[in-house]
Design a protein around this ligand. Structure first.
Ligand code: IMP
Length: 179
């Protein structure tokens, strides 16, 4: 497979190989399983981007757990409320549950901030976040990122579930934008 891929008008270079990604996810899964020993966490996978991360994390998670898939829908509110994010697809009763949100990437943190607010209403016992990728230079929020598989600089990446304008989610490796 070529080290360079083109999506729409942009070109991307191979950045992290699938083998390294999966190894890192496996060790993260073992870490989470150790921390949640004796509990039965509910993984909430945030679509669309986290489907590959979720599959590999769950494949390597050895404890008892449940998984469900949610989505954050954005729509324009009034001038004062700005963009409103609504959590859709939450069918489980999460009251008293230990929830672990699975994200593809944490960039500014706006998405997980909205998620934490939406989940808190349902009174879970705890909410933590596990992300495949984390860009600390771009992160603007206070909430700690509990579990990170891979920390990256503030560059745009695609593949392994992440897209550029709809394309690239199926790429097995992670690619970085060539400036
Ligand atoms: P945040 O709300 O700024 O933390 O951004 C989170 C969302 O922005 C992710 O769930 C992605 O959909 C998107 N995103 C941020 N950075 C990237 C990237 O480098 N590649 C692809 N999507 C990204």
């Amino acid at each position: 497979m070529s080290n360079v891929v083109s999506l729409h008008d942009k070109t991307f270079d191979l950045y992290i190989h699938q083998k390294d990604i999966v190894e890192t996810i496996a060790s993260l899964a073992h870490r989470i399983a150790a921390d949640y020993a004796g509990k039965r966490p509910l993984f909430l996978s945030v679509l669309n981007g986290s489907f590959m991360f979720t599959a590999d994390l769950l494949r390597h998670y050895t404890g008892e757990c449940e998984v469900s898939f949610v989505k954050l829908a954005s729509y324009e509110g009034t001038a004062t409320t700005g963009t409103i994010k609504e959590l859709i697809g939450l069918n489980e009763n999460i009251k008293g549950r230990h929830v672990i949100v699975l994200e593809d990437i944490v960039d500014t943190g706006n998405t997980i901030d909205a998620l934490f607010a939406a989940l808190a209403i349902h009174e879970p016992a705890s909410v933590k976040v596990a992300t495949l990728l984390y860009k600390p230079e771009a992160y603007e929020k206070a909430h700690p990122i509990d579990y990170t598989a891979i920390t990256i600089p503030n560059k745009f990446v695609v593949g392994f579930g992440l897209d550029y304008d709809g394309l690239g989610r199926n790429l097995p490796n992670i690619y970085q934008l060539i400036q």
